[in-house]
Design a protein around this ligand. Structure first.
Ligand code: PEP
Ligand code: MG
Length: 551
């Protein structure tokens, strides 16, 4: 038996074949090919296959969201056939007698570098398209699916680390769990695993080796242990855990349709965090009473170019309609730090978590922000949408956001497009500045939602992405809990409601503290709803104390 110890970041036990995520640009090694003609034919086939896929994608997009979104795939199809790109592939094949994979990877690198060096912003952004097209050609040459793994069977996906854009581009139905050498509990890939309700372990280090590929692995997302070839006793324990999981799931079913009320009648809203319209299925299945955080940036990360107004509108409308009048809080683009999309061409920063991210990017790119706001307001006519701004530190930022909202509404009015002019506006409380300014900020908005992942990071000056800081990243730290209390008091004094949408919201050990603070809403990953409901229904709010705020 081989036991690899890491850090469990999403609960659950699962077994499946281990498969390593492939990043083609790093992976393609030079291989000699005997016959350049065979390689040319292989390339031609991959080219035809890619064009067919892109035409199909363009067709689907046109049907769903109009010509604008289809244009991206049409452009990609043009790149696949681009004379210069193809000539570069042919030249390498002839001169270097290598595999088609290598020739394509070389052409991709050469053209990506060429676009990256261009002066013009638009042309520079085409680098991401070239990378995408190259990846597609390589996928087709290697016979693997988009996202880098075989489609035939579900796998436990292993990687050195995964950035959110990689995770988002995978076919979710084929992933049983994630295991990574690096990563941290608060990274967005861990958050995504929890949203998807699949087990995940990070920080497995060198113990996770490529040579294990193809072997059957069991992972326990609670203990952070991965097992290859488990001995009889371990296997029995794992099977018992899987059985217990099933039982708990069944028991939880009884809580569907029940109210989120404590024994003494205190009501709290239980909402869900999502990252895509697909996640709504999990929300409904777990009886979430609303969406407390739709991380809209995941739409941007899953795409290879700016999502159009039409595409976004379609997504927000679908979610709002599916939630059937229940509140859907959509956070505007929170890009930057670990959430990077190549086409934004954000400058590399020394301290990205403290750099141009969240609302700073939105206010810096009013064109991108306006597109999103228009899509949001248009969708507000189809359900109970609320808009939330991330990473707020100052009152002027909220005023500026409101001014932009106002001007978007005026324009829609002029165009005769319906929207809800009373759409609620809220902000994330996730910086120490927003805590100190909470009383002033509360006068500007309809609600607060506390992002405890970032609030912990910024309050404790502790990188949420790092694993080496161990106990220093402590969301239970009295400083974080006191910050929460200050925000809750400021909100209630101003007569607005306050929720928590950071990962801490699902922490059952803190439920009494949240009840004592009179937090109005908790937003958690869909699978955390029913266990939290069970705990709420067993609590007595009157007897809850603020004990945990003491040092
Ligand atoms: C947070 O910071 O707690 C939060 C909810 O947002 P994100 O994790 O996406 O930064
Ligand atoms: Mg945050």
């Amino acid at each position: 038996m081989i036991l690899i110890q890491g850090k469990g970041v999403s609960k659950g036990v699962v077994g499946g074949p281990l498969y390593f995520f492939r990043r083609f640009e790093r992976e393609v090694e030079k291989q000699r090919a005997e016959d350049p003609e065979t390689e040319k034919n292989r390339f031609a086939q991959a080219q035809a296959q890619s064009i067919k896929q892109l035409e199909d994608l363009a067709g689907q997009c046109r049907e769903k969201s109009g010509d604008e979104s289809a244009a991206l795939f049409e452009t990609h199809a043009m790149f696949v056939e681009d004379e210069n790109y193809v000539a570069a592939v042919m030249k390498t094949l002839e001169e270097e007698q290598c595999s088609a994979e290598y020739a394509v990877a070389q052409a991709g690198k050469q053209f990506a570098a060429m676009f990256a060096a261009m002066e013009d912003d638009y042309m520079r952004a085409r680098e991401a398209d070239i990378r995408d097209v190259t990846r597609r050609l390589l996928n087709n040459l290697m016979g693997v699916a988009e996202g880098g793994f075989h489609l035939e069977e579900p796998v436990v996906l292993a990687a050195d680390d995964l950035v959110p854009s990689e995770t988002l581009q995978m076919d979710r139905s084929k992933i049983l769990g994630f295991i990574t050498q690096g990563g941290s509990e608060s990274s967005h890939t861990a958050i995504l695993a929890r949203t998807m309700g699949i087990p995940a372990i990070c920080a497995l280090g060198d113990g996770l080796k490529q040579q294990y590929e193809g072997q059957w692995v069991y992972i326990d997302g609670e203990t952070g242990k991965a097992f290859l070839d488990p001995d009889e006793q371990t296997l029995r324990i794992l099977c018992e855990k899987i059985e217990k999981q099933r039982e708990i799931k069944k028991q939880m079913e009884n809580l569907r349709g029940k109210e989120d009320v404590t024994l003494d009648g205190h009501r709290i809203q239980l909402y869900c965090n999502i990252g895509s319209s697909e996640d709504v299925r999990g929300v409904l299945a777990n009886d979430g009473q609303g969406i407390g955080l739709f991380r809209s940036e995941f739409l941007y990360l899953a795409a290879s170019d700016y999502p159009s107004e039409e595409e976004q509108f379609e997504t927000y409308r679908t979610v709002a309609a599916a939630m059937d009048g229940k509140r859907v809080i959509i956070r505007t683009l929170d890009i930057g730090a670990d959430k990077q999309a190549d086409y934004f061409n954000l400058k590399k920063e020394e301290n990205p978590a403290m750099g141009l991210r969240g609302i700073r990017v939105c206010l810096n790119r009013p064109d991108v922000f306006r597109t999103q706001l228009r899509a949001l307001y248009r969708a507000s006519a189809f359900g109970k949408i609320a808009i939330m701004f991330p990473m707020i530190t100052s009152v002027w930022e909220v005023k500026e956001c409101r001014r932009l909202c106002q001007s978007v509404m005026e324009k829609l009015e002029e165009e005769g497009i319906p929207f809800n002019e009373n759409t609620e506006i809220g902000i994330m409380i996730e910086t120490p500045a927003s805590i100190f300014m909470a009383a002033d900020l509360a006068r500007q908005v309809d609600f607060f939602s506390v992002g405890t992942n970032d609030l912990t990071q910024y309050t404790l000056a502790c990188d949420r992405q790092s694993n080496d800081l161990g106990k220093y990243y402590d969301p239970h730290h009295p400083a974080v809990l006191r910050a929460l209390k200050l925000a809750a008091d400021a909100a209630h004094q101003a007569g607005i409601w306050i929720g928590i949408c950071g990962e801490l919201a699902a922490d059952l050990s803190l439920l009494p503290t949240f009840l004592a603070m009179r937090i109005d809403e908790l937003s958690v990953s869909p699978t955390a709803v029913l266990p939290l409901r069970a705990a709420i229904r067993e609590s007595v709010a009157q007897t809850c104390t603020l004990e945990k705020l003491k040092s």
